[in-house]
Write a new protein. Structure first.
Length: 364
């Protein structure tokens, strides 16, 4: 069993940050699950022992102790039922999530009871084929109140992570039994491909000529010179050290790259006799395509990814690469025997061919 994440619950003061949060549906009232804890088993054994001793000896004091212990068992069932009744849970998903990284997911617990609070609640967020590493703990939720707590989840692979519901458990009040119920709460989180370190693709990008400068002044990586600052210049281009030494603002000009458009051809055709190493290479090729797309867009290039039978939207210079990341997150393998050919691409674009086994570059 995963350890509970003892997170202090705080009142809700902000609106939901994600549109992916689903409206929870409460389970049927009679659906309850119960198990005896380790401490509870010991308590029941002691109760049985006291009962046997009371009936054998006829001692009134033992009968009094037996009645007291039995009443604790009954009271535990009644109070735990009151605690987990009338609860609703919703989740707030992050706007972006990447494979291999840890994301923060927030759970919001609402107590619909108007008079009685709920104590000592442990909530587990249930997802298909993905165990929960951490859980959220709520010490007390007042009547008609909402509280939130967050937990960290490590995302193992790209694609959709499908959440199915919540498990609300409590050992209140005496820890003899653990009672839980399952609430429906389906929602999907799109996990982007894992991003590689910039050092892993910077040398490849340089060898492919993506940073090759031209005599034109524009967006690029090579410095063309310095000039006086003008009103229309970007503040990010100011050379602060030179400006401080001269006493006036100086702007650093760069030489425009040889091409302003990058086309990434990603071969997703799986050979018939491919082994598991091909799948690992395919995932790495997807990660490399995602990293190149993010870096190229940040450098002022328009980027697109073309696969067999698919094409991503064009990402404009300095824009967020989310359309390409969504395309790569949902990219599937196709059979090489029926795989369609690559679609056409712009002739003026730089072309990079990424294959699961070998990665080569080609000029149009």
């Amino acid at each position: 069993m995963a350890d509970a994440a003892r997170v202090t619950a705080v009142p809700i003061v902000a609106a939901p940050r994600s549109r992916a949060a689903a409206k929870p549906r409460q389970e049927q009232p009679w659906r309850r699950h119960l198990r005896t804890t380790r401490e509870g088993k010991a308590f029941i054994l002691v109760t049985i022992g006291v009962g046997v001793a009371a009936f054998n000896t006829g001692n009134n004091l033992l009968f009094l102790v037996l009645g007291f212990m039995l009443s604790l068992i009954v009271l535990s069932g009644v109070m735990s039922e009151t605690v987990i009744r009338g609860l609703f849970v919703s989740r707030r998903l992050p706007m972006r999530a990447f494979a291999g990284k840890v994301c923060l997911i927030e759970l919001v617990l609402r107590n619909s009871k108007t008079r009685s609070p709920s104590y000592s609640l442990e909530i587990e967020d249930l997802a298909e084929d993905a165990p929960t590493e951490r859980r959220c703990y709520f010490l007390k939720v007042g009547p008609s109140a909402e509280q939130a707590a967050a937990y960290r989840r490590t995302l193992s692979q790209r694609g959709f992570l499908r959440f199915v519901g919540f498990r609300i458990a409590t050992r209140y009040p005496f820890g003899i039994f653990e009672k839980w119920r399952i609430l429906d709460g389906p929602s999907d989180l799109l996990v982007y491909p894992a991003l590689l370190r910039e050092e892993e693709v910077s040398e490849d990008a340089k060898s492919l000529g993506l940073d090759s400068p031209t005599p034109r002044v524009g967006v690029g990586t090579e410095v063309a010179g310095l000039r006086n600052y003008e009103m229309h210049d970007d503040a990010r281009a100011i050379h602060w050290k030179r400006s401080a030494s001269l006493g006036r603002l100086m702007v650093m000009e760069r030489q425009s790259d040889a091409s302003s458009q990058l086309c990434i051809l990603l071969d997703n055709a799986r050979p018939p006799q491919a082994d598991p190493s091909w799948d690992e290479g395919f995932e790495r090729a997807i990660s490399k395509a995602a990293t190149l797309a993010v870096l190229s867009a940040s450098r002022g290039l328009s980027v697109e990814v073309i696969s067999r039978g698919g094409r991503s939207p064009m990402v404009m210079p300095f824009a967020a690469a989310d359309p390409i990341l969504r395309f790569l997150a949902l990219l599937v393998r196709v059979d090489a025997s029926i795989a369609p050919a690559f679609g056409s691409h712009a002739r003026s674009a730089r072309v990079i061919v990424l294959e699961p086994r070998a990665e080569v570059a080609a000029q149009p």
